[in-house]
Design a protein around this ligand. Sequence first.
Ligand code: NAP
Length: 370
Amino acid sequence: MSRLVAGTCSVRPALDLLIDKDDLHECRLVEADPPAPADGQALLSVELFGLTSNNITYAQFGRAMSYWDFFPAEEGWGRMPVWGFADVAESRVAGLPEGTRVYGYLPPSTELLVTPVHIGERGFVDGSPHRSALPAAYNGYTATSADPVYEAGTEDRQMLLRPLFFTSWLLDDFLGDAHVFGAELVVISSASSRTASALAYLLSQRDAAEVVGLTSQRSVAFTEGLGCYDAVLAYDRLEELPDGRAVYVDISGDADVRAGVHGRYAERLAHSAVVGATHHDRMGEVPPDLPGPRPAFFFAPDRVAARSAEWGREGLEGRIADSWHPYVSWTEGWLGVRHERGGPALRSTYLELLDGHVDPAVADVLTLQQ
Ligand SMILES: NC(=O)c1ccc[n+]([C@@H]2O[C@H](COP(=O)([O-])OP(=O)(O)OC[C@H]3O[C@@H](n4cnc5c(N)ncnc54)[C@H](OP(=O)(O)O)[C@@H]3O)[C@@H](O)[C@H]2O)c1
């Protein structure tokens, strides 16, 4: 995508969504001159990106987990990371031709300036100094031409589901490796979320434990209809959770649900994994007297680093790609995609997601390009 507006000599302004780090409901669209790459840099044109609750969690934990640091903005404001596709619009880097299409971690903007290093046919890593201390899993840009996951017809699902499915795959791998901690049950909260259903889908194939989903009353029928859970319960029916030795995978971050599940199983809770925080307005400190094991944070990039050390990065990605393709076909049966264009649409979609107005059967793909 050229920065020149067709038929004129003017340069199209770069557009950004900025979020107030202290009040996530305060956000504004800003225009600026597009950055110009210096020697050793390239300008990416951000073409398309997905938006799900995962992105809201990036904003919610922007300070605590450095998510704001990937794409710095003016003091007090942040650019919430998204996953999507970008084209190399201008390149002043040997070996990275203009027009190369990549998948990766992007700002909700029209442009991103990168300093590509480790350039090869599989893509590159952004070696910008401000990213060097951040988790490596977020700094790679994969060229679609050499990506085992890429299929031109499924770009929407790659943007929306790939980061979530990778986490679910790593969680399933982690639980399988630990023989599900000897449990007969895996209880998953925010069961209607894409991360939860991908995990349930993978666990159901492993067939090592019964998988029980917890969700809000409004999403019980949808979640049952997915067919990947052995049972689905609304959050106000925790007393009906099946008996047995259980593992809890917490994707909601909801303090009351956590207390209910831990109280229900107590010493029969074999492991409690903290994965997400979709209920970001109902979180709370873990009380010292919480029954059962202390919740342990599951951070996908840590598991990527561990498995990459063992199998190599390509070995890990090849294994995930093998599971990815049938998973994507499965989601085509229940997940619709809505396409939105322009700054105001991005702003309103972001605010709806922030307030939990999420239809689990539909997900949003956006572009800020004209
Ligand atoms: N640890 C990691 O490395 C890692 C990696 C990937 C994702 N995650 C986390 O997994 C979580 C799920 O992400 P996703 O993109 O899969 O979600 P999603 O598909 O957008 O999930 C939608 C569901 O989340 C719940 N929800 C969302 N916002 C809510 C709100 N404001 N109030 C109440 N419920 C709300 C609802 O489920 P229910 O009604 O069923 O609760 C809703 O149906 C996120 O917190 C994400 O950050 C973590």
